[in-house]
Design a protein around this ligand. Structure first.
Ligand SMILES: [Zn+2]
Length: 288
């Protein structure tokens, strides 16, 4: 269920081991008191909706401060609650998990938003801070790098929320759940307009960097997730598909989408958007 694999099966095994060794299961301290931010993002006038719970201190301190200051998860929860009516309370629990594997836990109905994942993304963009902005004028701009980190973490939140919605609302679909979850993340990001397209491209960049960092292992083909390089191409295809004229630089040599695929990207985007629109029929407060 985790957002990323990097090294797929190995990461999942590590997570499972960490869970056994450290008791890192979402349910154990998810029942703790929600803080003010959590109450603010709580579904209005009902007991359901996405909320945020911060576990402060220890290894999670830096990540918690980062997320809290920027209200990344609080804003994501607000957007989700403004979009979908969900009768269940679904907490994002910010905590140290022992691995950089955020995941929805279907047993507890909570989303573990691992501090290690936040640290990993910050670290990744800190080391490749050059050239992550859109255009040469933003190269090396720490604000641009920071915006990318925030965008990637927002994408993580939506990806994991898709698993939660699929489980809690009993949604039925075809294809791989991990791909379907990425599609909801793309829909919720790109639906924000031009700024959202930039956020989705940040997610594409992050997956492309992860693919570069991790040597290909044939075992990754057996994983439930698509390869990081494929996920990067999918996000880029959706962004190109929504506004081809604006994103011609994504296509062909030096881009993230092949010319062959680019032709079908408007349809791919529309399938993803209208597919989720249908999946959430009866649960939507507004169109996606
Ligand atoms: Zn997932």
């Amino acid at each position: 269920m985790g957002r990323r694999t990097g090294n797929g099966t190995r990461a999942l095994l590590t997570l499972a081991l960490a869970a056994v060794m450290t008791g890192c299961t979402a349910g154990q301290d998810a029942a703790g008191p929600a803080d003010a931010a959590s109450r603010r993002t709580h579904g209005k006038g009902s007991s359901g909706g996405f909320v945020v719970q911060y576990r402060t201190g220890g290894k999670a301190a830096s990540a918690t401060a980062y997320l809290r200051t920027r209200r990344i998860l609080d804003k994501a929860a607000e957007r989700l609650n403004d979009t979908v009516k969900v009768p269940h309370r679904i907490p994002f629990v910010v905590r140290s998990c022992g691995a950089a594997e955020p995941a929805y836990d279907s047993e507890t109905g909570t989303i573990d938003f691992c501090a290690e994942h936040v640290d990993e993304i910050r670290d990744r963009f800190a080391h490749v801070g050059q050239g992550v902005g859109q255009g040469a004028d933003r190269q090396g701009d720490p604000d641009a790098a920071d915006a990318h980190v925030a965008a990637v973490l927002e994408e993580t939140a939506y990806h994991e929320s898709a698993h939660a919605l699929i489980d809690r609302l009993g949604l039925r679909f075809t294809g791989r759940e991990e791909d379907v979850a990425d599609q909801l993340a793309a829909v919720l990001l790109i639906g924000q307009g031009r700024a959202g397209e930039t956020k989705a491209l940040a997610a594409a960049t992050d997956y492309a960097l992860a693919a570069k960092e991790t040597p290909f292992d044939p075992a990754d083909l057996l994983d439930e997730h698509s390869l990081d390089g494929q996920r990067a191409a999918n996000y880029a295809c959706y962004v190109y598909g929504v506004q081809p004229a604006r994103h011609e630089d994504l296509v062909g040599a030096g881009g993230r989408v092949t010319e062959d695929r680019a032709e079908g990207c408007p349809d791919e985007w529309e399938q993803a958007r209208s597919g989720w629109q249908q999946l959430l029929a009866g649960h939507l407060k507004r169109q996606v």
